[in-house]
Design a protein around this ligand. Structure first.
Ligand code: ADP
Ligand code: MG
Length: 723
């Protein structure tokens, strides 16, 4: 399809010259479409704007007025304060910007500005703006809007001050994301000069039919964009934003649906045949019954595996909910069907633990289990490889070396990936390249809300175990102030006397990294000669060589070490039955989900675990409050999904998308999972249906979708590796 009007460089828009075009480009606004989608980040109207006459000390206000007077006020302490007197139709008000004298150059008498900030008392009331935006420039004699982009506007101050524009009730002030180079008023002007024209063109890009829009309760695209730039009222803004959120989710799902298509549909998978000759005896021999959630996800997995399509599924659930057992059933289904199954763990110790457990479960069944790790060498390694290649080994367990270093399988049918976040999407895709391509089940012990999981992992199907086996003893969690530290360690000491083991976790390795943080190395030295003198104490952190880490972890596992002083390296998966207590220092430094992961390390035995979190200094104000809230949630609940929901609420979605190791940030501009979570499912269904019918989006009816996908999401398209 040819270049549309919306693909034209911004330079050709009214009010944008070559210089301004360059500045816009630096903000990521290259073509007309980019400008159209550059929508305001905040809206104010009479309900949020305080008339200047009603501004009172102690309030936090947003106000709009015209600069009547301005100047720099020096203080005795040498601080230079920029002050401006604002006027609206109710009165006047001083605004003060301590330490920002340069504003004297950027703000002019006659400018109409919006300010937001606290009202203080200092020789009278004054607003100290946290932020401000120039809504309109003072009218100057020679200021042709058509060339506004080409000159900087340190213009002469007009001698006559225009009266403040009336503020009719219902007027809405929009604030665009702006930069030093492209200030607020430029955006307002350029948008107002071009909006009508751009909206006409975007009409052709609306991929939703009226029927589809009605079903989703969304406005059409031109209406949504018009509302966002020029809202007739504030209550219309949310619905308009919802439309853009849907589009964004839809296009991202479209990219992910194509990844999924290539992984699961492009080539035939294996339709596994179930005979029950392994599954049945394993099931009947279990000393417990499966939880309802385990049964449900097993049904989902079996159905996937029985279908001729490749499985690409994620199994999510809290530590200890029984994911590994579910994976074992899936592996047995593969084996029953005549194939081999592999289980990939992020570390050798973890692989060994899995192997030991699985051998226990399969002890009396005709199913060869093989452990393949890097540490086996020589003859033993050759023999193991031969058993895998010859098909004697049906279930093979190891680290990722298992599938990377050309281990020959006889008939690999299923790969299970434990702790999937330790592996990238690329490794997952690499599995699809094998011939024939095995089914894939990835496991994650980091529960996240379903809508978020679907947004992040659109290429995967998701199964969730949201139930723990009956009779589990929850880990007791306590918050203790730093003044209680001595008592806490005494309590740990008493547990050590009873033969239990402890973790003490620190946020950093060395003291110098952050002065006020307790560091693992220093505290290790201290604990060893003080609180835990005479006991077996060891240090574990991420900068130690792998074999050293391994040795220490093994010793801890075999109870040779009583106290393990560590950083977050212990986060991943090892079960030490004797470890019953964990102390987390400077707990405010950890995210909620991370704390939960750490806590999952204790209480794996039957003695019940204890986790004590000791925050360092928790600051006042917004951040301090968020920290306290986070730690309180953590102490209150042991439910990973509740923790994840709270984490999302407190931190916002940014961190979740940022933390993904996908190598392609899915950074969402419009969609907020907390607000628009209900749109993820419909977006995904529609995207998948579309891709399943027309994988290359080659049909005429999908030309539009393809165009917008390439134009708006082209860079991400490349990152997804499918063109
Ligand atoms: P995860 O992999 O999710 O951390 P596991 O599969 O390792 O959990 O299970 C943790 C422990 O609980 C194991 O000892 C396992 O045998 C046991 N287990 C699994 N399912 C059940 C169940 N339904 N009832 C009781 N115990 C179970
Ligand atoms: Mg596990």
């Amino acid at each position: 399809m040819s270049l549309t009007q919306l693909d034209k460089p911004v330079q050709f828009l009214k009010g944008v010259g070559p210089r301004r075009a360059e500045a816009l480009k630096r903000m990521g606004i290259v073509c007309a479409r980019d400008l159209l989608y550059h929508v305001p980040r905040r809206y104010d109207d009479a309900s949020t704007i305080t008339p200047l006459a009603r501004v009172e000390v102690g309030m936090d206000v947003t106000a709009v007025g015209t600069v009547k007077n301005k100047g720099i006020v020096p203080t005795r302490s040498g601080l230079r304060i920029f002050q401006a007197v604002l006027q609206d139709d109710t009165g006047i008000m001083t605004c003060a910007w301590p330490g920002q004298p340069w504003l004297n150059r950027t703000l002019q008498v006659g400018d109409r500005i919006l300010v937001t900030g606290p009202v203080k008392f200092f020789h009278g009331r004054q607003i100290q703006p946290r932020e401000h935006a120039v809504l309109a420039r003072a009218p100057t004699p020679r200021n042709d809007p058509a060339t506004a982009g080409t000159h900087t506007s340190i213009s002469s101050t007009p001698t006559t001050i225009p009266p403040p524009a009336p503020t009719p009730s219902g007027t809405i002030f929009v604030t665009y994301p702006a930069s030093e180079e492209v200030p607020q008023w430029i955006f307002r002007r350029v948008i107002s000069l071009n909006l009508e024209q751009l909206l006409k063109h975007v009409r052709d890009e609306d991929h939703l039919t009226p029927a589809a829009r009605r079903a989703l309760g969304l406005p059409d695209l031109p209406a949504a964009l018009a509302t966002l730039h020029r809202p007739p009222s504030l209550d219309r803004v949310d619905a308009a934003r919802r439309r853009l959120a849907y589009d964004e989710l839809f296009y991202l799902q479209l990219l992910q649906a194509r990844v999924r298509y290539h992984a699961t549909r492009a080539r035939p998978g294996i339709a596994f045949q179930r005979t029950n000759n392994l599954i049945r005896p394993l099931h009947d021999g279990l000393p417990f019954t499966l939880t309802g959630a385990q049964v449900r996800v097993l049904r989902e997995i079996y159905a996937d595996m029985a279908s001729p399509h490749r499985m690409n599924r994620m199994l999510q659930g809290d530590v200890g909910c029984g994911k590994t057992l579910v994976a074992l059933f899936a592996m047995l289904l593969a084996v029953e069907g005549g194939h081999q199954a592999a289980l990939m763990a992020p570390t050798e110790i973890l692989a060994e633990q899995h192997a030991a457990r699985i051998r226990g479960f399969l002890a009396r069944l005709p199913c060869g289990v093989e452990l393949l790790t890097g540490s086996a060498t020589g003859r033993r390694r050759e023999d193991a490889r031969a058993r895998v290649g010859g098909g004697e080994a049906r279930v093979v367990i190891g680290t990722h070396a298992l599938i990377q270093e050309g281990v020959e399988f006889d008939a690999l049918g299923l790969v299970v990936v434990d702790e999937q976040h330790r592996f990238g999407v690329r490794q997952r895709l690499a599995l699809a390249e094998r011939d024939p391509a095995p089914d894939v089940l990835v496991m994650s012990a980091t529960p996240i809300p379903r809508s978020l999981a679907m947004a992040l992992h659109g290429d995967l199907d998701i199964s969730v175990i949201d139930e723990l086996p009956a009779g589990r003893r929850p880990v007791v969690t306590r918050l203790a102030g730093p003044e209680k530290r001595a008592e806490v360690f005494q309590e740990v000491g008493r547990r050590l006397d009873r033969g239990e083991q402890a973790y003490v976790v620190y946020p950093v390795i060395e003291e110098s990294e952050k002065a006020e943080l307790r560091a693992a190395e220093t505290e290790y030295e201290r604990l060893r000669s003080d609180e835990f003198a005479g006991r077996e104490v060891a240090l574990l952190h991420g900068r130690m060589p792998a074999d050293e880490k391994d040795r220490i972890m093994r010793e801890f596992l075999e109870s040779g070490i009583q106290v393990l002083v560590a950083t977050t390296v212990i986060e991943v998966g090892i079960d030490v039955a004797g470890a019953t207590v964990m102390v987390i220092e400077n707990a405010e430094r950890f995210g909620l989900s991370q704390l939960h992961q750490l806590r999952g390390r204790v209480g794996r035995g039957d003695r019940g675990g204890l986790c004590v979190v000791i925050p360092g200094g928790v600051g006042e104000g917004g951040e301090g409050t968020a920290t306290r809230e986070r730690l309180e949630v953590f102490a209150r609940t042991d439910d990973g999904f509740e923790i994840a929901a709270a984490d999302l609420r407190i931190r916002g979605q940014g961190d979740f998308f940022g933390a993904e190791q996908h190598g392609h940030g899915t950074g969402l501009l419009f969609a907020d999972i907390l607000v628009h979570g209900d749109l993820v499912g419909p977006a995904r269904e529609r995207a998948r249906a579309l891709v399943d019918r027309d994988p290359e989006l080659a049909r005429e009816e999908n030309a539009l979708v393809r165009l917008v996908l390439e134009r708006r999401y082209g860079d991400r398209l490349k990152l997804f590796g499918v063109g």
